[in-house]
Design a protein around this ligand. Structure first.
Ligand code: C5P
Length: 224
């Protein structure tokens, strides 16, 4: 089936404490968003990229990549899930979608290959096993319990699903007023079980100021 990439890029990145949304900060003279888009554009198995941006995004016009025949720009929403949902309105229901955060520029073609190979009808996500010991706390920050990390994972993106399924799952999550921070959680709430595919740990989401230097290091290592 056709593979459509959806890139939610409508966030304001408040945790970055920067003067602009994090996807527009630069690494090696190129914005994070451009790094992400170029890596997806250079991947031969993606048919089209749908980019969800904030209303009246003043930085969009600085992207030298646009307009591009393979990139369609749509309006994002108030949450990441809304942004993905809006983008999905433009996707053929028979396609599969690869949803990838704008803020993860270090995605490799090797990881994309691993993900799009899967045949699970409920889809799959890239993830890394948890390496730290994880504690659950109560409201006064006292430790209640140590979690069994052998069954815990960090959810990354891309996440890969049949377009029709993700649309239905996000619609249901919306109707039920559920807070969703990734696409797989909508599928889970819908009663299905996406597969976890072990991804590379350098596929970080740029969130805090120190992540910028780390991403720059990884991109240099990847020779891009
Ligand atoms: O805030 P967080 O790091 O979880 O955002 C993940 C991705 O979702 C980012 O690429 C961000 O731009 C995007 N997003 C969005 N629409 C929103 C909020 C976040 O597309 N309303």
């Amino acid at each position: 089936p056709k593979i459509i990439a959806i890139v939610p890029a409508a966030g304001i990145g408040s945790r970055m404490q920067a003067n602009k949304p994090k996807q527009y900060l630069k690494i090696h003279n190129k914005t994070i968003l451009e790094h992400t888009l170029e890596q997806l554009l250079n991947y031969p198995h993606i048919d089209t990229i749908i980019l969800a941006v904030a209303k009246n995004d003043p930085y969009l016009s600085t992207l030298t990549l646009l307009p591009h025949s393979k990139i369609q720009v749509v309006l994002g929403g108030d949450s990441r899930a809304d942004s993905v949902y809006n983008a999905l309105q433009n996707v053929d229901e028979k396609a599969w979608v690869l949803v990838h955060d704008a803020a993860r520029p270090c995605i490799t073609h090797q990881d994309l290959d691993k993900l799009i190979k899967i045949t699970n009808p409920s889809g799959a996500i890239l993830a890394t096993p948890v390496i730290d010991t994880l504690k659950r706390s109560n409201l006064t920050q006292k430790i209640v319990q140590t979690e069994d990390r052998n069954q815990l994972w960090h959810a990354l993106t891309p996440q890969f699903f049949p377009a029709k399924l993700l649309k239905q799952a996000l619609q249901q999550a919306k109707n039920q007023g559920l807070e969703i921070t990734d696409d797989a959680s909508a599928i889970e709430q819908y009663g299905l079980q996406p597969l976890l595919i072990v991804g590379r740990s350098d596929n970080i989401k740029i969130t805090r100021p120190e992540d910028l230097a780390l991403a720059e290091f990884y991109l240099t290592q990847q020779h891009r």
